[in-house]
Design a protein around this ligand. Structure first.
Ligand SMILES: Cc1ncc(C[n+]2csc(CCOP(=O)(O)OP(=O)(O)O)c2C)c(N)n1
Ligand SMILES: [Mg+2]
Length: 800
């Protein structure tokens, strides 16, 4: 528990004051010792890599004082002192993570998955259900890409504003108390050069949200000094235009030195009060920080800092300065502090030893079992290897498992009990290791969209035939009225209800807080969605066109897709990203880079509805589930006519449920999205030519055809053609892998499977550009015909 909270000023006696500061010093000193010892652990080979918070301790004490239960952190790898001071991390946990201990009691934030000093607190219970996040201090899970934490920060802060101002959300007691929660961001000075930093700063200024950014400025980014990073080498100087003034709303900007403990405490108290009470974003630029051990364990900073800088860093080390100030102000004495320091060193050593012993004993017990079995074999070479491993100080799981797999290979011709035992051991470990290293790509709670029951669309005799966009509009309307947590935002989403009118009229009906425009800022549109979703809301973040999803792909891939995995299921962000693409006009409005998306978004459901009714069914499913998803609507489908189901907000499309949309016996064509209409047209002409194709729409890429409908179809047809608009070897390669390898479809083929894709370049503007670059009806017919010709050349003579 933290004991560094300053009580209200008036009740603070000098003795109280002293003891709080001494306790702060102790926490910071322990943190420093952990950094020093942590580095040694890497250099002696017990841990793989180390990055620590030395040189940044004192400011983080001040930050921790301002951080209350219910607040949020979105930060980076330098924050260990804050995490310790706020009581969100313990020293044993710090070391357990350094050793990659997979025991989730030892490393509750990531179960040994994250590199050291990548922090997270648990937001979910072991079943994936939300806990009461107003009672805990919360840290969203760190990611390594510099600045990547900023997008999510916008959403975490915006949630407070929505909770304060939207009384319909009052029932969500686990997520907010009147929007009083501040979202604290931390970022290194050099990382402020990233685009996402500027995008987030601007977004928060526009939104006026309780977001408090701390910039830890040590004048370097690894070896690169500020003169290469920042105009005028001073980030708060150049951001002065964001300061709120008589011209308008903006930020409160503070600048304070990283070794000035009283100055830091005063600044944080003042800044966070404004931020919390008035929902004004604040920025605290903490300068004159140091990095006593250099950037990380990868190399010494002596390679890139000159002697004068190093000498300055030694003198202005924040711990030394705090110590000096404490003695000069009669808060403590040399003797008292020395005593604290000796005790802190011993405490850290103990924590480290215990954490190592815990980790090592797990490995050793696995090793002992295996060695015993191997000693029961007659193979002297194996016994020698096993004994050597037994004698080693720090065997790894890889060493032990590797030895067993090797032994099974060596003993392949034997029928011994020892071999059977090894096989059994390996099987059991295989399952445990899956759980340790490969599980929780999705949270898999009871609310998973995979558990949402299928409900068919219903139609009556007088069901209206409407434009596709009206189907979506009715679907969103129904869901918005059903669930107050749902909100949608993006470019042109508010006033006009998106460029294709899916949300038309809904802002007028549900208000600007729920359906709103944003600036043109794809990374933070997604980040905003992630942060809101982590705080119990159900955002639909819109990316205007699929082609522009690439601007947000970093955040989608690094943050959203990894969230459940990197926390081993203890955090989730049920964000729905809505976009439209595949086929319209021009190089940037006809993209369908599905391979890029599928390969970078494992951990997100990827849906490719062929029409707006299917899209609506998918939204109905996803909005009742709790996992992230991307839905790509067909850009050329909004004005096509569809029948409006009477249960428009209720019917569901199951994820991973493929559909046969045309039955046939001569060939299986697997396609998705906009090309399905092309394939359907081709099928009509092919039928007249005497060829019957079966068309399978997988509907979702992730997950893909869970019932193996594709290979079942192949059993009947023996021929496979995959049609898609992506580049050659893009989404079509994924489909082939899934169907031929995953579903064992290869065994039914009587010839080469084929793919018909877009050209390797983007699609030129105009109908002719499209015709010569993307699969056309003619292309489909000719390719099917060619494949049929190969097996029946007499009946189907060559066309060309
Ligand atoms: C997107 C991205 N680019 C590069 C890196 C490699 N990298 C890790 S830390 C770092 C420097 C960060 O410097 P700064 O933001 O000042 O933080 P500091 O480490 O100095 O506290 C770099 C370039 C990364 N992690 N992510
Ligand atoms: Mg730096």
């Amino acid at each position: 528990m933290t004991d560094n909270i300053l009580p209200e000023q008036e009740e603070l006696s000098f003795e109280d004051f002293k003891s709080i500061i001494i306790s702060d010093y102790k926490i910071a000193y322990e943190s420093r010792q952990a950094s020093l010892l942590g580095r040694k652990e890497v250099l002696t080979g017990k841990a793989k890599f180390g990055i620590f918070g030395d040189g940044k301790e004192v400011a983080q004490l001040a930050l921790a004082k301002a951080f209350k239960a219910g607040d949020w952190r979105s930060g980076y790898y330098r924050d260990q002192t804050f995490m310790l001071a706020a009581g969100m991390l313990t020293m044993p946990e710090f070391f357990a993570q350094l050793y990659a201990n997979t025991d989730t009691d030892a490393d509750p934030g990531s179960g040994g998955r994250q590199m050291n000093c990548h922090f997270a607190t648990r937001l979910l219970d072991e079943h994936g259900n939300w806990m009461d996040n107003t009672k805990t201090k919360n840290s969203s899970a760190d990611i390594s890409p510099t600045g990547g934490q900023m997008g999510r920060l916008v959403g975490l802060a915006l949630a407070s504003k929505l909770y304060r101002n939207n009384s319909e959300l009052e029932y969500l007691k686990n997520f907010s108390v009147n929007g009083n929660e501040v979202a604290f961001g931390t970022i290194g000075n050099a990382s402020t050069s990233e685009g996402i930093f500027f995008e987030s700063v601007n977004a928060a200024g526009v939104l006026q949200i309780p977001m408090a950014i701390s910039i830890w400025d040590d004048a370097y980014g690894i070896s690169v000094p500020a003169e290469y990073q920042t105009t005028k080498q001073d980030i708060s100087e150049i951001l002065k235009g964001f300061q709120r003034d008589e011209k308008g709303e903006g930020y409160e900007i503070f600048k304070v030195r990283g070794w000035d403990y009283p100055g830091l405490c005063e600044t944080y108290e003042k800044a966070i009060k404004i931020c919390r009470d008035q929902h004004i974003p604040v920025m605290i630029h903490v300068t004159e920080m140091t990095q006593p051990q250099g950037h990380s364990t990868s190399g010494s900073h002596e390679r890139y800092k000159d002697k004068a800088r190093i000498a300055w860093e030694v003198e202005y080390d924040c711990m030394l300065q705090m110590r000096k100030w404490m003695i000069e102000s009669a808060i403590s004495t040399e003797e008292e502090l020395t005593e604290i320091e000796i005790a802190a060193k011993a405490y850290i050593r103990d924590c480290q030893k215990k954490a190592w012993a815990d980790f090592n004993s797990l490995m050793k017990s696995e090793l002992e079992t295996v060695v015993e079995i191997i000693q029961g074999t007659n193979d002297q070479e194996l016994i020698k290897t096993a004994n050597a491993l037994k004698a080693s100080v720090d065997p790894s799981r890889k060493d032990v498992t590797g030895m067993v797999r090797h032994a099974i290979r060596v003993l392949r011709n034997e029928h011994s009990e020892a071999k059977q035992q090894l096989q059994l051991w390996y099987q059991e470990q295989h399952d445990s290791n899956f759980e340790r290293y490969n599980s929780k790509l999705f949270t898999g709670s009871i609310e998973s969209p995979l558990n949402v029951n299928a409900i068919l669309p219903e139609y009556t005799d007088d069901s209206k035939i409407v434009d596709g966009r009206e189907i979506l509009n009715a679907c969103f309307d129904s869901n918005f009225s059903r669930d107050a947590r749902i909100l949608a935002f993006g470019e042109d989403v508010g006033a006009i209800g998106d460029v294709n009118q899916g949300f038309a009229g809904l802002q007028a009906k549900y208000g600007k807080r729920r359906i709103t425009d944003t600036g043109i800022r794809e990374m933070t549109i997604v980040g905003q969605g992630i942060g809101l979703a982590m705080r119990g809301l159900r955002p639909i973040a819109e990316i205007q066109y699929l082609d522009y999803l690439l601007f947000a792909l970093n955040i989608l891939s690094d943050d959203l897709a990894t969230l459940s995995y990197r926390t081993k299921g203890r955090q989730k962000a049920p964000l729905i990203v809505r976009t439209r693409g595949h086929r319209l006009e021009g190089i940037w409005h006809s993209g369908s880079p599905m391979g890029v998306i599928i390969n970078s978004l494992r951990g997100v459901h990827v849906c490719v509805p062929r029409n707006m009714t299917q899209a609506a069914g998918m939204y109905n499913t996803l909005l009742r589930g709790d996992e992230p998803a991307l839905v790509i609507e067909c850009l050329n489908g909004y004005r096509l006519k569809e029948k409006l189901p009477s249960n428009i907000g209720e019917f569901t499309v199951e994820l991973g449920k493929a559909e046969i949309i045309r039955e046939g016996s001569d060939m299986t064509i697997v396609s998705y999205g906009s090309t399905l209409r092309i394939v359907e047209q081709a099928a009509e002409e092919l039928e007249k030519m005497g060829i019957n194709v079966e068309i399978v729409d997988p509907q979702t890429f992730l997950p893909f055809d869970l019932d193996n409908l594709c290979s079942q179809s192949l059993r009947k047809t023996s021929k496979l053609l995959v049609v898609g608009e992506d580049v050659p070897g893009g989404s079509s390669a994924f489909i082939l892998q899934q169907v031929l390898e995953g579903q064992n479809g290869y065994q039914y083929l009587d010839g080469k499977p084929r793919t018909l894709t877009g050209k390797p370049h983007r699609t030129p503007y105009g109908s002719d550009g499209d015709y010569f670059s993307k699969p056309s009806v003619d292309d489909v017919i000719e390719m099917v015909y060619e494949m049929i010709n190969e097996s029946a050349p007499d009946k189907f003579p060559k066309l060309f």
